[in-house]
Design a protein around this ligand. Structure first.
Ligand code: FES
Length: 232
């Protein structure tokens, strides 16, 4: 049988093909150390470790860690999940905003035409029961019924009805109106407007606050126009 000294192995088996860096690996070298020797070509650190006299098994173990792929640590998996969840959430939000853009936005406003019962439901004087819902007062006199739109003609505040003083008083700048909504003090330029009123087939009062009757100072009053009141 030939000894390693007599029949040297081909260069690929453990001897560098470069003559200047020839290095023989003894036949007795353990396989792990051979692998380590191969890795040493790729990295200088293990070579240095071998050169410094670190025991061969230890060096092989260190280079083996480089050759084998390590499984992902749980913390990395968690980080990846958080990133994916964040991206997915962001994209979903963008998509929903995109879809919302095509849906109509509805503004719910009270109807401008509505029924408020029969004339006999009201007594003489000012009735405030529809103020909150429709912003009106029902005003009944001996010969007519009309509806005052509860908006100050100065800058649009809603006046208060003061039954003890028998007048409307605007809280904003102090305008005063009598029980029929005619201004007599403060900066209000004219009486409060009146809404259109009609009787339907059943005899109920139908109010339309989309149509207002005015009485501007120095101009013809609309308070006697048809539709501005219901004769009694
Ligand atoms: S808004 Fe009524 S007095 Fe100014």
């Amino acid at each position: 049988m030939d000894s390693p000294e007599e029949n040297p192995k081909p260069s690929a088996e453990g001897v560098s093909s470069d003559a200047s860096t020839k290095m023989e690996v003894p036949a007795a070298t353990p396989p792990a150390a051979r692998v380590a020797g191969g890795a040493a070509k790729a990295s200088s650190t293990p070579t240095a470790a071998v050169a410094k006299g670190i025991p061969k098994p230890v060096a092989a173990k260190a280079t083996g860690a480089v050759l084998e792929s390590t499984p992902d640590a749980p913390i990395n998996k968690m980080r990846r999940r958080i990133v994916w969840y964040s991206i997915t959430g962001f994209l979903m939000t963008c998509f929903l905003m995109f879809v919302r853009f095509f849906l109509p936005r509805t503004i719910f406003e009270p109807a401008s035409i509505f029924r408020i019962g029969f004339p006999s439901d009201y007594g003489i004087g000012v009735d405030t029961k529809w103020q909150q819902q429709y912003r009106i007062w029902v005003d009944k006199t001996s010969d007519r019924l009309f509806v005052i739109y509860a908006r100050c003609t100065h800058l649009g505040c809603t006046p208060d009805w003061r039954s003890s003083e028998n007048k409307f008083k605007c809280p904003c700048h102090g305008s005063g109106y009598d029980s029929e909504g005619v201004n007599f003090e403060g900066p209000a330029p004219r009486p409060m407007d009146r809404a259109e009123v009609k009787l339907d087939a059943e005899g109920q009062i139908v109010v339309n606050i989309g149509k207002l009757y005015k009485s501007p100072k120095g101009e013809k009053s609309e308070f006697n126009d048809e539709g501005s009141y219901i004769p009694l």
